[in-house]
Design a protein around this ligand. Sequence first.
Ligand code: PAF
Length: 261
Amino acid sequence: MIILESVSEIRRVLKDTPGSIGFVPTMGALHMGHEALIKKSKIDNDVTVVSIFVNPAQFNDLKDFKSYPDTFKEDVEKLKNLGVDFIFNPKASEIYLEEDNIRVSDIIESKLIEGEKRPGHFDGVLTVVLKLFNILNPDRAYFGEKDFQQLSLVRKMTKSLFLNIEVVSVPTLRDEKGLPFSSRNQKLSSKGLKAAQEVAAIFSQSTSKKDFIDKFKNMKFSHEGIDLEYVEEQWGRILTVYKVEGVRILDNRELKHENSH
Ligand code: PAF
């Protein structure tokens, strides 16, 4: 496994690498959800590249950016064990050039739902994903369904800008209680984790936005300070963010119909 930090180096090495390239973009703090993306890329491609880059442009909250979990050493170990070929780990100055104010946006969807709560977030995501696509030139790129709106926007961008990259999605991976794996879960105390799992359990049983709100209101949680930030129905899915110990937990599921089994 080779770890590279500069744009010119990774471009040079990948240019001489034969076969198809699968790309898994990450911000590190790797968990089972990332592992599922990497395993899929390894099956589909000759070479797998994982980027680890905490993208400053997608954080609308500086505190959130500064406190984003950093587990680089453990991440490298995991990626080695998974048989990843290349890690791309650039500094911010490699990716954002001086006076770089270029941003990619979907002028409607980037501002909806999660985009409404986190202004500029999706512009930052699309911009870095396009930059990484242009640097690495992969055949396929892998995204989790957990960040459903991100996946939808990346698909739209790829289509709109005629990028020759197949966007492959992988279903959300959950722990034994149904809580989706997320880098941010590492910030929860054990009590917080238990409370998050309690919300995840009622979310999994909810048949609509109203049903989830009702269940949430009537729930006696084992922990104080659990807030429902939003719940929306869109794309045939129910999407939510709730906060536990100040940590935002993002989840979505296909909408179940009351008469379906
Ligand atoms: O989903 C993420 O971890 C990030 O939004 C991504 C796609 C790596 C872009 O920074």
